[in-house]
Design a protein around this ligand. Sequence first.
Ligand code: CP
Ligand code: NVA
Length: 330
Amino acid sequence: FAPRHLLSIADLTPAEFATLVRNASSHKQTIKSGAIPQSLLGSMSGKTVAMMFNKRSTRTRVSTEAATVQMGGHPMFLGKDDIQLGVNESVYDTSVVISSMVSCIVARVSKHSDVADLAKHSTVPVINALCDSFHPLQIIADFLTIYETFTPKAHGLSSLGLEGLKIAWVGDANNVLFDLAIGATKMGVDMAVATPKGYEIPADMLDIIKRAGEGVPTPGKLTQTNVPEEAVKDADILVTDTWVSMGQEEEAKKRMKAFEGFQITNEMAKRGGAKEGWKFMHCLPRHPEEVSDEVFYSPRSLVFPEAENRLWAAISALEGFVVNKGKIVE
Ligand code: CP
Ligand code: NVA
C-alpha cells in the first residue's frame, strides 16, 4: 500500500485543496473558542512525525511541532547535523529506515528531486516543508488568510468562492510563487507576476501551473511582466518574498542589483493603480528591501495572521495526510 504524499499544491484536486483550507478554518475557529474538535482529539496519539530539516526554519518548524502536539503526537526534529542524510547516507536508505519507525516525514530540503525521492521510497506520508520548487503548507495558510479576509462568494466543494480576485506578485519567481500560482489557478484567482528580466517563471514551471487549471471551470489566469506597476493594476492583494532564497546566498549581490525598483511601497501601489483596499502578504522572513515598513506594519498587512495560519494549515494537512491517510474530507 503506497501512502499519499503532499509535495506540492499540484498534488491536490481543487476540491481537496479547498477542503484543506476550509478544515483549517473550522479547526481554527473551534480551537480558538476553547474547544477541541472531536475528530482531532488524540488523533495523532502514538504517532511520531520525523521533521527532517536541512535548512533553517521558524514558522514551518514551530507550526508543525505545535500542530503535532495539539493532536497528541510526538514531533521529532532532525536538523542537518542530527542525521546522516546528505553527509554519510543516501536519500533512499534514509527514507526506508526513518519511514519504518514513524507515521509521517515532514522534510525541508533543497532539490525537489530529494523530497520526491524521499516520498518514492517512504512507507509513510511525506509532507514537503519547502524545497526549491514548492511550499504547499505555506499556500494552504495563504489561502486560509485570503478566505478569511475577502468575502467569499457562494461556492461548492471545489472552490473557496474567491473567483475574480487578483493577486499581484512583485519580486522573485521562486518556490512560494510557484505553489501560490498553482493554488490560484485551481481557485479561479488571477495572478500577475512582475519579476526583473531574467528572473521570470521557468517554462517547465509555467506548464505545471497551466496544467493545474485542467478541469477547473474558470481557472485563474496568470500573466507576467517586468514592470511592477503593470502587475499591481487592479490587484486586491500584493505579495512578495525574499529576493535571495536559502541556497542562493552567493548570488545575493547580483540579485540585489537586479531587483532594484521592485520594493512594494504605498507609492508604487498607487502609481500602478492597485485596488483602493489592497492587502499585503509575505510568507516571511521579510527583509526591508522587498517591502517598506510603511506597508509591512500597516493595517493593509496580513503578514502576522498569515504566519499564525501556518499552525492551522499544519493541523489540516496532518489530519488529511496522516490521520485520514490521504483522504481529504470535510
Ligand atoms: N514562511 C516560512 O516557511 O518560514 P520559515 O522558513 O521560517 O519556516
Ligand atoms: N523563498 C524562500 C522561502 C522561505 C520560507 C526560501 O526558499 O528561502
